[in-house]
Write a protein that binds this ligand. Structure first.
Ligand code: ADP
Ligand code: ZN
Length: 810
C-alpha cells in the first residue's frame, strides 16, 4: 500500500499534550502535512493540524479523521517542523506551538451543532418535542446556543434522547473564523459609458426622474460604485435586476483589504550609499546561511545594513522577516521600512484587529507581502521562501514570551527556523546579549563589527559622528558636600545650559521592581546572596523581625540596623518614582516645560507617536520617564540625558541585573545628541565603580563582557548552564509548599537514580512575588547543562508552569 493511511495530528484538546495523536485517513480523503482537519476526541470533535502522514501504524482500531477543515494547508512543512522543535525545546504543548502559525481566529473552541436527519423515524413524536424538531427541520444545522435561544429547554440529555431515537444528530464543529476578510458588493457598467448615457436618456423621456437613469449616469461618471452608493440614489434590487437583465450593469463582490498601512503614504527615499564599514558588513552577510551578530554602536547605521540585506533578499526572489522589540515604540524604524518596501510590506503588531491580522496572514501566505516587520510573533508569519530574518536589538527581553505558553525566545526560535529554511539570521545590537557574544567568541555565530557612528552630512555623504560625553556622579560625595537633592550639581548645570540654549533634556528614572532593596547612602553597599550572586530583597512576608531573602535559593538573614560594610546609619530602602521626579523637576527648573512618560501614560493607543510629535515640535523641555524612553527615539534637539538613580537598575535581584543595567545605560546614553554635536550624559549613582557604570561611561562593551562572563562562569549561569524555572500556584500556602516539595524531591530522586550530578535543583522557595491574585507561588529552579532532559518525561499537574531559559526569575 503506498497511500498514506495514517496521520499524526496535533489536536486542540486544551490539555498540555506534547505528542501528536494518530488517526486513520479515510479512503478518498486528501490530506497533507499542515492541513487543518476535524478529528474525533473522546465524545467531541476537535480541531487539529496534520503534522505527518505514514503508511503504517501498530495501534489497532484507530479512529478516522472526521473532515478536512480547509483544502489549503494552513501551515507549511517548515512551520510544522518548527512547531515540533518548539514543543520539545520549551516543553510546551504541541497545539500551542502549532497555533502560533495559524491564521488569527483559528484558536477558538468548537461548538455543539444540532442537525436534522434526512429520514426521520416513523414513530410518533412526543408533543413537547414538536417545536424543537420543527425548528431544525426549518433551519437545518443550528448551534446549540441558537436552538436554546429559539425554543428554550434544550438540555444535553434531551438532545441525547432525541439523537438515540434517530430524530437528529449532535456533533462538535467550528464556526468559521470570525476574522473573515470583509467583502464588499459593488456595481459596474457592463457596456461602454456612452451606451449607459443613451439608455438613461431614453428612460428620462418617459419618466424625467427615473431612478434607473440616475443610477446609469452615476455609473457612467464613476465607472463602478458600491452597492451602498447605488442605494443612496434610491436604487432598489428591482432596478438592479432590470438593468442587469438588459446587460447594462453587473454586480460583483470584492474583498476589502484591511491593510494597516492603507492610507499611509511613505515618500520614497533615496537609499544612502553604504560607507566602507557598512559595505563590508553587508558583503560578509549577504546571501549566506547561518547566524551573524552585527555588533555596532547606536547610530552606526545597522538599520541601513538591514535594509540593503532585505533588498538583496527580495532581488533573489525570497522573503524577509524583521523583528523589532516593541513596534509601537519604534514608529521611526517602521517608517524606514515603509519608505523602502511600502508596497510589499506587512506590519504585524498587537494593536491590529483580528480582521486586519487575518487579511495580512493571507496576503503574506499568498506572496503579496514579502517583507514582514513586527514584534516576536511576526516570526511565525507564513512568509514564502524565507531568505532572511533580522532581529534588531537582539538583547531585548521582550523577545522572550513569558505567558501564555509556549514560553519561547524569538532568537533561539529564529535560529531553528533559519536552520530549517537555510536562511540568513542577523542579530543586531550595540550591546549584545552576553550569551550571543559568547557564541560569537566560540565561532558558533559570526560576528561583524560596525565601530563608528554615522553623522549624515549635507550631501548624503556619511561622516564619522561623535559619541556623547558621559559624566558619572558619585552621590555619596554629593551628600557629603551638603547636596541632599535628587539632582546632582553636574546634572543641574547641564539641564540649565540646555534650557538656555533651547535644547531638550531627558530625566531617566529606573522602574522599581515591586520589592524594595536596601542601599547604604554612605558607602553604596547593597546586600547580596553569597552563593547566588544576586541582590537580596526585603522579605515583605517576614513576621517579627525584618528579614532579607534570596529568592533563588531561599536563604534569609536578619536585616541589620546599620550598614554591615561601613556601619553607617543611612542603610535604608531606595527608589523614587517618576511622578516624584517630575514634581521635583518643576520645582528645580521653574518655567521649564516638563512632561512625564511612563507606563501610566504609555498604555494609551497612539500616545507614543503623540509624545514624539510633541518632542519634535519642541513643545517639551524636560521629559521624565522610565526605560521605555530609551527605545527608538532619534531627536536632534535632545542634548542632555540624566540617569537619576542608576543603582535601582544595578540592584534588581536577577543574575543578569548588571547586564541589563549596562544595556540600559548604553542605550539611554545613545539618545543624547545624535547629529552633528555630541550630547551630555550624567549618570548618578552611589556605586560609581560598578562595572556596568564604568563600562557604559567608557563606551566599552568588551570590558563589560569580560566582567559579566566571569560572573556567569563563577556562579553557574547562562551560557555556562541552562535554567528552567518551575512555578506552582495555589490558593493555600501549605498545600502549595507540599506540592512544590513533592515535585522537587521527585526530581532529585530521579536525578540521583540516573547517577547524575546535574542539574542543580534549587528550592522550593517562595517566588519573588510570593502571592498573585490570592494564590501563593512557589518556585523551583533547575540549573545544568541540559535540565530539560530530566524534566521532559515528568508530568506536572494543574497549577504548574514551566519556563525554559527564563528571561527573568522575578
Ligand atoms: P543604528 O540602526 O545602528 O542605530 P541607523 O541605521 O539608524 O543606525 O543610522 C543612524 C542614522 O544615520 C540614520 O539617520 C541613518 O539614516 C543615517 N545613516 C546610516 N548610514 C548612512 C550612510 N551610509 N549614509 C548616510 N546616512 C546614513
Ligand atoms: Zn541565594
Amino acid at each position: 500500500m503506498n497511500r498514506a493511511a495514517f496521520a499524526e495530528v496535533a489536536v486542540n484538546a486544551g490539555h498540555p499534550a506534547r505528542t501528536a495523536f494518530t488517526y486513520a485517513v479515510p479512503e478518498g480523503m486528501e490530506v497533507a502535512a499542515g492541513q487543518a482537519v476535524f478529528v474525533p476526541f473522546g465524545q467531541q470533535v476537535l480541531q487539529g493540524i496534520v503534522l505527518a502522514l505514514t503508511c503504517e501504524s501498530d495501534v489497532p482500531g484507530l479512529r478516522p479523521i472526521s473532515a478536512v477543515a480547509d483544502p489549503t494547508p494552513a501551515l507549511s512543512s517548515l512551520q510544522v517542523a518548527l512547531a515540533r522543535w518548539m514543543s520539545d525545546y520549551y516543553l510546551a504543548p504541541l497545539w500551542d506551538c502549532v497555533a502560533l502559525g495559524l491564521p488569527p481566529g483559528y484558536g477558538q473552541k468548537p461548538v455543539t451543532m444540532v442537525s436534522p436527519v434526512e429520514v426521520p423515524p416513523l414513530l410518533p413524536v412526543d408533543p413537547k418535542d414538536h417545536r424543537l424538531l420543527a425548528h431544525i427541520a426549518a433551519h437545518g444545522q443550528v448551534t446549540l446556543d441558537a436552538l436554546q435561544a429559539a425554543v428554550g429547554g434544550v438540555t444535553r440529555a434531551r438532545l441525547r434522547r432525541l439523537q438515540e431515537a434517530g430524530y437528529l444528530t449532535v456533533a462538535q464543529g467550528l464556526v468559521r473564523p470570525s476574522a473573515r476578510a470583509r467583502l464588499q458588493r459593488r456595481l459596474k457598467l457592463a457596456r461602454p459609458a456612452e451606451d449607459a448615457l443613451a439608455r438613461a436618456g431614453e428612460l428620462e423621456e418617459s419618466a424625467p426622474r427615473s431612478i434607473a437613469a440616475r443610477l446609469l449616469r452615476l455609473l457612467a461618471a464613476e465607472g463602478d460604485i458600491t452597492l451602498a452608493a447605488a442605494r443612496e440614489v434610491g436604487a432598489t434590487s428591482r432596478h438592479l435586476r432590470a438593468l442587469e437583465g438588459e446587460g447594462l450593469v453587473s454586480e460583483y463582490t470584492v474583498r476589502i483589504e484591511r491593510h494597516p498601512l492603507a492610507g499611509r503614504v511613505f515618500p520614497a527615499r533615496q537609499p544612502p550609499r553604504l560607507n566602507a564599514e557598512q559595505q563590508q558588513a553587508f558583503e560578509t552577510i549577504a546571501g549566506k546561511a547561518g547566524t551573524f551578530l552585527l555588533h555596532g554602536v547606536t547610530g552606526s547605521g545597522k538599520t541601513e545594513v538591514y535594509l540593503e540585506l532585505v533588498q538583496r533578499t527580495l532581488d533573489a526572489g525570497k522573503g524577509a522577516i524583521i523583528l523589532v522589540p516593541e513596534i509601537s515604540l519604534t514608529p521611526q524604524a517602521v517608517r524606514r521600512y515603509g519608505e523602502r518596501f511600502g508596497d510589499t510590506l506587512a506590519i504585524i503588531h498587537s494593536a491590529l484587529g483580528v480582521g486586519e491580522r487575518f487579511d495580512q496572514w493571507e496576503a503574506i501566505r499568498d506572496g503579496d507581502f514579502r517583507v514582514v516587520v513586527g514584534s516576536r510573533s511576526a516570526l511565525f508569519a507564513p512568509v514564502r521562501d524565507l531568505g532572511l530574518v533580522v532581529i534588531d536589538e537582539e538583547h531585548e527581553w521582550t523577545y522572550k514570551q513569558t505567558d501564555p505558553s509556549p514560553r519561547y525566545h524569538a532568537r533561539e526560535t529564529a535560529r531553528e527556523l533559519c536552520r530549517l529554511a537555510e536562511a540568513t539570521l542577523v542579530l543586531g545590537s550595540a550591546t549584545p546579549d552576553v550569551v550571543t557574544y559568547h557564541d560569537s567568541e566560540r565561532g558558533i555565530v559570526r560576528r561583524v563589527e560596525l565601530e563608528s557612528r554615522v553623522a549624515p552630512g549635507d550631501h548624503g555623504v556619511a561622516e564619522v559622528g561623535q559619541m556623547p560625553q558621559i559624566t558619572v556622579v558619585d552621590m555619596r560625595e554629593e551628600l557629603k558636600s551638603g547636596n541632599r537633592s535628587v539632582f546632582s550639581f553636574a546634572l543641574r548645570r547641564a539641564i540649565r545650559s540646555a534650557l538656555g540654549a533651547g535644547e531638550q533634556s531627558i530625566l531617566f528614572v529606573n522602574r522599581r521592581g515591586s520589592a524594595r532593596f536596601l542601599l547604604c547612602r554612605d558607602c553604596g553597599y547593597v546586600p547580596q546572596c553569597p552563593s547566588c550572586e544576586i541582590v537580596m530583597g526585603l522579605d515583605e512576608h517576614a513576621r517579627a523581625t525584618p528579614q532579607l531573602r534570596c529568592h533563588h535559593c531561599g536563604r534569609s538573614r536578619r536585616l541589620e540596623e546599620h550598614c554591615p560594610r561601613c556601619h553607617g546609619p543611612r542603610y535604608r530602602p531606595f527608589g523614587v518614582g517618576t511622578q516624584k521626579i517630575e514634581a521635583l523637576a518643576r520645582q528645580e527648573f521653574p518655567g521649564a516645560r516638563v512632561a512625564r512618560w511612563d507606563s501610566d501614560v504609555a498604555g494609551r493607543k497612539g500616545s507614543h507617536e503623540r509624545m514624539v510629535e510633541t518632542l519634535e515640535a519642541g513643545e517639551i523641555d524636560i521629559l521624565v520617564g522610565t526605560q521605555m524612553l530609551a527605545k527608538g527615539l532619534d531627536l536632534p534637539q535632545m542634548m542632555v540625558v540624566g540617569v537619576v538613580d542608576a543603582d535601582v537598575g544595578l540592584s534588581l535581584p536577577e543574575y543578569h541585573a548588571h547586564e541589563r543595567a549596562f544595556q540600559l545605560l548604553s542605550q539611554v546614553a545613545g539618545r543624547a545628541g545624535r547629529r552633528d554635536r555630541p550630547g551630555t550624559v550624567v549618570i548618578q549613582t552611589y556605586e560609581p565603580d560598578a562595572a556596568p557604570i564604568q563600562c557604559a561611561a567608557a563606551h566599552d562593551y568588551r570590558a563589560f563582557y569580560e566582567h559579566e562572563i566571569a560572573h556567569r562562569r563563577r556562579a553557574g549561569y547562562p551560557p555556562f548552564a541552562r535554567l528552567v524555572r518551575l512555578v506552582y500556584q495555589h490558593r493555600s500556602h501549605e498545600h502549595g509548599l507540599d506540592e512544590a516539595s513533592r515535585v522537587a524531591t521527585g526530581l532529585r530522586t530521579r536525578r540521583d537514580a540516573a547517577g547524575r550530578a546535574e542539574p542543580d535543583i534549587l528550592g522550593p522557595s517562595p517566588a519573588f512575588i510570593p502571592r498573585i491574585r490570592g494564590r501563593t507561588r512557589w518556585q523551583i529552579l533547575l540549573r545544568g547543562r541540559n535540565p530539560v532532559n530530566l524534566l521532559a518525561p515528568v508530568h506536572l499537574g494543574e497549577g504548574w508552569t514551566v519556563d525554559v531559559d527564563p528571561a527573568s526569575l522575578l
